[in-house]
Design a protein around this ligand. Structure first.
Ligand SMILES: Cc1cc2nc3c(=O)[nH]c(=O)nc-3n(C[C@H](O)[C@H](O)[C@H](O)COP(=O)(O)O)c2cc1C
Length: 170
């Protein structure tokens, strides 16, 4: 399966990256094709709410920035992994910008190929995940009806084993 991982942490050796790295290695060992995109290194602007994508654009975003690379990967991925640090009770702004831009590609419907989703979250304090969980449950499981493979956090001492176990279920 093709798996797209969007890492919204600007810290290449941070807590989010540690979970992403374990996932990437394990998933590759299980024969999956994993693309990790560090969205903080990209030029991705916020959604303009212009509705071009749902009119003349026919699913294409009017903004021609690095989001085009993500749209290309998203159109063929079977699984999406959203990885981010918590900033002010929600996912980092860098990843939030990407999710808002999903409006062109995942609204009103995800591509037929996209079936699964997981979330990796890192925070300073435990119990800081309510905002991110709300979006995961509401937007990705509820609205898009993707199969949730779980939310994994840096405050779980056993998180790396749990990530490996999740990979074995893909
Ligand atoms: C701008 C900013 C806002 C943050 N806001 C929160 C917060 O609301 N709650 C929290 O527990 N940690 C907060 N943190 C701490 C980070 O979530 C935490 O250090 C996280 O592990 C960083 O992930 P990383 O190592 O992948 O970059 C914040 C950090 C930054 C830089």
């Amino acid at each position: 399966m093709k798996i797209l991982v969007l890492n919204g942490s600007p810290r290449p050796n941070g807590e989010t990256a540690k979970m992403v790295n374990v996932f990437e290695k394990e998933a590759q060992e299980h024969g999956h094709q994993v693309d990790v995109i560090n969205v903080c290194n990209m030029n991705i602007r916020g959604c303009l709410a212009c509705e071009y994508c749902h009119g003349k654009g026919n699913g294409q975003c009017v903004q021609k920035d690095d989001m085009q690379k993500i749209y290309a990967k998203l159109s063929e991925a079977g699984m999406l992994v959203l990885a981010a640090p918590i900033y002010y009770h929600g996912i980092s702004g860098q990843l939030k910008c990407v999710i808002d831009r999903f409006y062109a590609a995942l609204y009103p419907k995800a591509p037929e190929t996209l079936k699964k989703v997981a979330m990796f979250l890192s925070s300073g304090d435990p119990d800081m995940y309510t905002g991110a969980e709300f979006s995961y449950d509401g937007d990705f499981l509820g609205y898009l009806k993707l199969e949730g493979m779980g939310i994994f956090t840096n405050h779980d001492e056993d998180v790396m084993n749990k990530i490996k176990e999740m990979v074995s279920l893909l």
